[in-house]
Write a protein that binds this ligand. Sequence first.
Ligand SMILES: *Cc1c(COP(=O)(O)O)cnc(C)c1O
Length: 397
Amino acid sequence: MKTEPVYLDHQATTPLDPRVFDAMEPFFSLQFGNPHSRQHRYGWEAEEAVEKAREQTAAAIGATAREIVFTSGATESNNLAIKGVARFHLQHGRHQPHVITLATEHKCVLESTADLQAEGTRLTVLPVTNSGLVDLDQLAAAIDEGTVLVSIMAVNNEIGVIQPLEEIGALCRARGVAFHTDAAQAAGKIEVDVEAQQIDLLSISGHKLYGPMGVGALYVRRRPRVRLTPLFSGGGQERGLRSGTLPAPLCVGLGTACQIAVAERAAESDRLAALRNRFLTSIRARVPDVVVHGDLQSRIPGNLNLGFDGCDGEALMTVLPDVAISTGSACTSASVEPSYVLRALGMSAALAGSSVRIGFGRFNTEEEVDYAAGRLAEAVQGIRANEQQPAAMVAGE
Ligand SMILES: *Cc1c(COP(=O)(O)O)cnc(C)c1O
């Protein structure tokens, strides 16, 4: 008998890798110094650790250490990138700078771009194809004289699809527009290279790659230099872009997590793809009409988003306390609205509401995957059998 629910919600957060915890621990105790203290060993040690972490983080995305700004997470990185670029242009007299983003972005991107409209920014929110990908012709057509920023996520947090970063980067570079990508679900999972993909700004989150919560990073290109207006006023840390004392233990955690992710990515990808395929094969054998949402080819290996027609997602969660999966994204699951991401793929509210996200990760085993697939299939069959009874009675009246 299992005691703990099987954790299959790795797009919501990932468990802290024990190796990351070990690397962080001394900086919570003996090496507690402020990395900005210049006059003694406590400060120097913390600074040295933070700078090593900066290098490890940069290396994971093909950047240099000086291009990394530590933040509190991808939400802050996205706000800093998007508001930072738009406000810089507003402050330097640009009339109605134009920003382009995608309908399936994380809420923190969509809300940042929406907030900017009140400050005089023009906004275009592009639709996606049925498989969840950007239409490159539509993107090219949307760029105009006033466009200053394109913000398109690398990997979607609900359906796991990978956007064509290289093509988007080439298009933006050719048109002289800055390209920001929210790589919270991509960094450490797929090949991300700011040079090859011509990315100017890139957001990372610690707790999506087996690092700690509460830390992230924003990559800011130096050549050609991307200019940003900071969000916070203060002591001018992080080259003036992000004031505030750096949390040395969290930075060390992010750096170590990046280093592990890079070293183990190839093997981990293969293992996760095998687990995912095993799960899907098992579900399809028992529930043949299951629908896979989002492109299955251009997708991270650790994600599935499945629709079970006539089977309410919330009801599924209720009968599956032993399997930790989710409906839609964690950030919007407080509301009962079906996922706006699935709706953007052209799906009916009914099918979007009958869908669950399954996220496989580093510590999942085949046994867990088999158990969870069996339980999910059983739950779907059970709910469908129950639904049919009242319907049959109505039909018999
Ligand atoms: C989790 C996530 C965020 C938010 O990251 P935090 O570090 O939790 O602020 C932003 N974008 C995407 C795609 C995410 O998955």
